[in-house]
Write a protein that binds this ligand. Structure first.
Ligand SMILES: Nc1ncnc2c1ncn2[C@@H]1O[C@H](COP(=O)(O)OP(=O)(O)O)[C@@H](O)[C@H]1O
Ligand SMILES: N[C@@H](CCOP(=O)(O)O)C(=O)O
Length: 296
């Protein structure tokens, strides 16, 4: 039996749209057992009532991509998913499913694919590299999709910060949150994001957390996604005073605050701002992690 533990990820980190992602200490686990025939899927935790338990399940689809590429066909499989990462909230649940499925399948084949090949394959299924890269590798990963579907990436160490994760009680699929984005952007906004992303990376590398906080601004996706998240502006303006910065996690609706202290106070403040907007939400405090997926 194989057991894997894969981290949730928070993508974009403000200005780094489709480019930056960070692994968090919040996990899904997958157990894979070879059986004589067929496919059995057992799901505990998030998605137990809504995820498919047949070939349509994303974990199995991801495994199948590896089986096809390596011409390995197991007789039968039992998958046990234990999910602590909520679905469609902007915490990379689809990336956990894809990365766990692909890494597990690759183990079964005797590791025929390299880490790079797995990353390229996972990115093709997910559509963008910024969640799958840190789910696979851990840390903060700067990545871009090149011609021929190859991912160019660099991993940097995570900051010693707390992450307050405020999760509204409704789903927004990444597909839906990408549909509200414009086809073209203003040149000045593009420059704004290039400069802020560069400053953010500089701040992270130099452990200059004041700079990290000031660089967390974005003009490429958050302004357009606000319509899917009432209260986001109020949240940024109010909570920014206590935290280093507040950004949408991935495509939302989860919002994260990066902070050095006062994490419980910040979490409660975030929940109360959502409550004022008539949105139920809860928060958890976690930390970034340098460890990506682990196989036991
Ligand atoms: N643990 C899981 N097992 C199987 N499929 C999953 C799992 N987690 C997420 N998915 C699939 O991914 C979808 C959510 O993906 P997406 O909209 O990109 O949101 P997220 O921001 O959480 O990645 C779910 O609706 C489901 O189809
Ligand atoms: N760069 C993507 C990230 C989506 O992350 P998710 O956790 O919401 O799937 C985007 O912003 O669309």
């Amino acid at each position: 039996m194989l057991k894997l533990k894969v981290p949730a990820t928070t993508a974009n980190l403000g200005p780094g749209f489709d480019t930056l992602g960070m692994a968090l200490e919040l996990y899904n686990t997958l157990e894979v057992t070879k059986i004589e025939e067929g496919l059995e899927i057992i799901i505990e935790g998030y998605g137990a009532d809504e995820l498919p338990i047949d070939e349509k399940n994303l974990v199995y689809q991801a495994m199948n991509k590896v089986f096809k590429k390596t011409c390995y066909y197991p007789s039968g499989l039992r998958l046990r998913l234990s999910n602590q990462v909520p679905l469609a909230r902007g915490l990379g649940s689809s990336a956990t499913a894809i990365v766990a499925g692909m890494v597990a399948a690759n183990k079964l084949t005797g590791e025929k694919l390299s880490t790079e090949e797995l990353l390229n394959l996972a990115t093709r299924l997910e559509g963008h590299p910024d969640n799958v890269a840190p789910a696979l590798l851990g840390g903060i990963v700067v990545s871009t999709l090149q011609d021929k579907g190859r991912v160019m990436y660099e991993k940097i160490a995570v900051p010693e910060l707390k992450v307050v994760v405020c999760i509204p009680d409704y789903q927004v699929s990444t597909t839906e949150a990408r549909e509200v984005l414009p086809k073209k952007v203003d040149f000045a906004d593009a420059i704004f994001n290039v400069s802020h992303t560069a400053l953010l990376i500089t701040g992270l590398l130099n452990q200059d957390y004041d700079l990290v906080g000031r660089a967390l601004e974005d003009r490429l996706h958050q302004p357009y996604r606000q319509k899917l998240l009432p209260g986001f502006n109020k949240l940024v303006n109010k909570v920014d005073k206590n935290a280093l910065g507040v950004v949408l996690s991935g495509s939302g609706p989860t919002v994260i605050a990066l902070t050095l202290d006062k994490e419980e106070q910040i979490g409660e403040e975030m929940v109360s701002i959502f409550t004022e907007e008539g949105i139920e939400a809860n928060y958890l405090v976690t930390s970034p992690t340098n460890q990506g997926i682990i196989t036991y």
